[in-house]
Design a protein around this ligand. Structure first.
Ligand SMILES: Cc1cc2nc3c(=O)[nH]c(=O)nc-3n(C[C@H](O)[C@H](O)[C@H](O)COP(=O)(O)OP(=O)(O)OC[C@H]3O[C@@H](n4cnc5c(N)ncnc54)[C@H](O)[C@@H]3O)c2cc1C
Length: 395
């Protein structure tokens, strides 16, 4: 870690440092320069100080012995008595990453009645499945679940821990990374593993304007969450390989102060993330009633409909129909967009769809960079025409 220090005995109070600082991080106080919190340790002041009164101090930070942390652990989420499909997608990605550095992929199941899922996971190339199965884990309590995962991490010391970016995973992963005083990157869209076992966690940042590469260089394990439908699930192999390790429940589970009082299930809502065919409307639509054409085409194709963010902001529909960084990630077999420009915040959450057809009147629209079929034209001609033709064909 580096920091800037001002040597009082050398400083003559000329103020050159304050004038040169690009971040306004130096205040002149009674002729004395003082650093404020805006300092980025860029070193411009060092170069501009005529008295050489400013120095950079380097503090050596201890790094963990990375060779002691091996393999990749996937938190296999079971909720509502079902294995969440993101768990298999994470196993698929973990296997890909593991190949480069000869790691193994392990999984962990926590809950009540989760043991049968362990056998199923062994068909997906997992080396070991740790099972924490206990009535005290019937309902998700973040502290109790964290105790179990912590127990297994301490036993096997994985280098990387992957967790689904579900409601449960988003609550669990930060608790775990805090327990190990290590880094967590949420909502990664790409993952790469360097030869030195550092995980490059790639995700949009600053409103999607850059793809940040985040690396946890000095601590282990490296925690990352990934949304559903971002990675590919592996094929199920007919043969089961690997072992199941039944672990006794750590005492932290019984000691949890969180008590389950009652459960009120929220009515299941069909998610656009599960749709195989999606018809999407964007700001190219002029009025709310025009969404009816989007819905009609979706119905004719036996699919679902979705929107870009501006239509949610206009109050035309709710956020659960929004594709994008602040909405849902989708990966249907077919997606048709009408009047969507294809901003990165939208495109990065649908660009892995199997077939993308985009309709836009602007031939330069960024959506055409991800589309397989680009239709340059007016949606008010093309959309009614498609509806009419499909109706005729179906008749
Ligand atoms: C932090 C952050 C998070 C965000 N999250 C999301 C998100 O989750 N989802 C999201 O969608 N956006 C998100 N955005 C906003 C995003 O940057 C864009 O502003 C948004 O996606 C634009 O929506 P649009 O393409 O519908 O509208 P516009 O960008 O306005 O595009 C409208 C398009 O319609 C075309 N068009 C107009 N008339 C016609 C016509 N008659 N026929 C055919 N084409 C026509 C135009 O050529 C234009 O390309 C986010 C932004 C930030 C900063």
């Amino acid at each position: 870690m580096a920091q800037i220090a001002i040597l009082e005995r050398k400083c003559n109070g000329c103020g050159q440092c304050a004038k040169s600082c690009p971040f306004g991080a130096i205040d002149m106080n009674n002729g004395k320069p003082e650093l404020n919190a805006a300092c980025k340790v860029c070193g411009v002041c060092l170069k501009n100080c005529p008295q050489k009164a400013i120095v950079r101090l380097e503090t050596k930070v201890e790094s963990v012995d990375k060779t002691q942390w091996n393999d990749i652990l996937v938190f296999a989420e079971v909720s509502g008595g079902q294995l969440h499909p993101v768990s298999l997608e994470l196993i698929g990605k973990a296997r890909e990453l593991a190949k480069n550095v000869n790691f193994r992929v392990n999984a962990i199941l926590v809950g009540r009645g989760v043991e049968p899922f362990a056998q199923e996971l062994l068909h997906y190339g997992v080396h070991e499945v740790a099972v924490y199965d206990d009535p005290g884990l019937s309902f998700f309590r973040a502290d109790a679940y964290a105790c179990c995962v912590e127990d297994y991490i301490k036993l096997r010391k994985p280098s990387v821990v992957l967790v689904g970016a579900t409601s449960l995973g988003r609550s669990l992963a930060p608790r775990l990374s805090t327990r190990f005083h290590t880094g967590l990157t949420a909502d990664c869209t790409q993952l790469e593993l360097r030869e030195n076992t550092d995980l490059v966690q790639i995700r949009p940042a600053f409103g999607g304007n850059i793809m940040a590469q985040i690396v946890t260089t000095r601590t282990r394990p490296q925690f990352a969450t990934v949304r559903y439908k971002v990675m590919n699930a592996p094929e199920r192999s007919a043969e089961a390989a690997g072992t199941v390790l039944n672990r006794s429940i750590p005492k932290g589970v019984a000691e949890s102060p969180v008590r389950h009082v009652s459960t009120e299930p929220v009515p299941a809502v069909e998610s656009i993330s599960d749709a195989e065919i999606l018809v999407v409307g964007g700001r190219g639509l002029q009025k709310e009633s025009d969404l009816e054409m989007i819905r009609e085409l979706a119905g004719l194709l036996h699919g679902d409909w979705a929107v870009s963010r501006p239509l949610v902001e206009k109050g035309w529909t709710t956020n659960n129909r929004q594709i994008g960084l602040s909405g849902r990630t989708v990966r249907p077999k077919l997606i048709i967009t009408f009047g969507v420009s294809g901003a990165i915040q939208f495109a990065s959450c649908m660009n892995k769809s199997d077939h993308i057809i985009a309709v836009n009147s602007d031939g330069q629209a960024p959506i055409f960079e991800v589309a397989h079929i680009a239709v340059v034209g007016d949606l008010y001609q093309i959309l009614p025409d498609m509806i009419r033709r499909i109706k005729e064909a179906q008749a």
